[in-house]
Design a protein around this ligand. Structure first.
Ligand code: 5GP
Ligand code: MG
Length: 199
């Protein structure tokens, strides 16, 4: 796996530092005056987008001493070894959004904002359920016009418009367990694309 890496874009220490900072900002905004895990209000409903956000969310929430529930939404847009969006699609089986989110303060969390299609679809699904408020948070935002147009509330890092893996992000479902955010060597991407295309 290490041999497949072209370059480390953001290392594990920088990620950990920035996540601590971002969590503080989010907690201040969502629950002003909250200082302990026992504070009951307001209740936050966290909605991670599967699968890429799992590592980010698990690190972020351990810096958020708020009463929260977690409801999942599963959306796929980079199937297999795709390195560009193939259009966002909801995957029903793994989604655990309740029928109603009335009164809920939702924090929607994704790994990366690229074309904005995934977050647009996720926001539509959440809006149908009538929440009290919705805020959005991403680990990464790519520097491209489509991403800049989407009004996201919290961004951990802005990155160049490159295909990245690691820290939850995959290529053909591999590399999610890499602790750093990295780019892959072009010949590795070509090999994975060929593997994903063969039956
Ligand atoms: P969007 O719908 O904004 O185009 O893309 C968001 C989704 O596409 C992300 O949730 C992620 O699953 C996938 N994606 C976008 N860019 C990348 C990337 O550079 N690397 C990986 N591994 N996935 C990406
Ligand atoms: Mg995704």
């Amino acid at each position: 796996m290490q041999r497949d890496i072209e370059a480390v874009l953001i290392d594990r220490h920088a990620i950990a530092r920035r996540i601590g900072e971002l969590a503080q900002t989010i907690v201040r905004d969502l629950a002003p005056g909250t200082s302990s895990a026992d504070d009951a209000h307001p209740v936050i409903t966290l909605v991670p987008v599967l699968t890429g956000s799992i590592i980010f969310v698990s690190d972020l929430i351990r810096h958020m001493p708020l009463r929260m529930q977690i409801r999942l939404i599963s959306i796929t847009s980079y199937p297999g070894a795709s390195t560009s969006s193939q259009g966002a699609k909801l995957r029903g089986g793994l989604t655990s959004l309740p029928e109603s989110l009335a009164g809920a303060h939702v924090l929607l969390i994704d790994d990366i904002l690229d074309s904005g299609k995934t977050l647009t679809l996720a926001c539509e699904e959440i809006a149908k359920r009538g929440p009290a408020s919705v805020k959005t948070c991403v680990l990464l935002r790519k520097q491209r016009p489509e991403a800049a147009k989407f009004p996201v509330d919290y961004v951990c890092f802005d990155i160049p418009d490159k295909f990245v893996v690691g820290y939850g992000l995959d290529c053909n479902d591999y590399y999610r367990n890499l602790p750093d955010i990295v780019t892959l060597r072009p010949e590795v991407l070509a090999r994975l694309a060929a593997e994903a295309a063969s039956p």
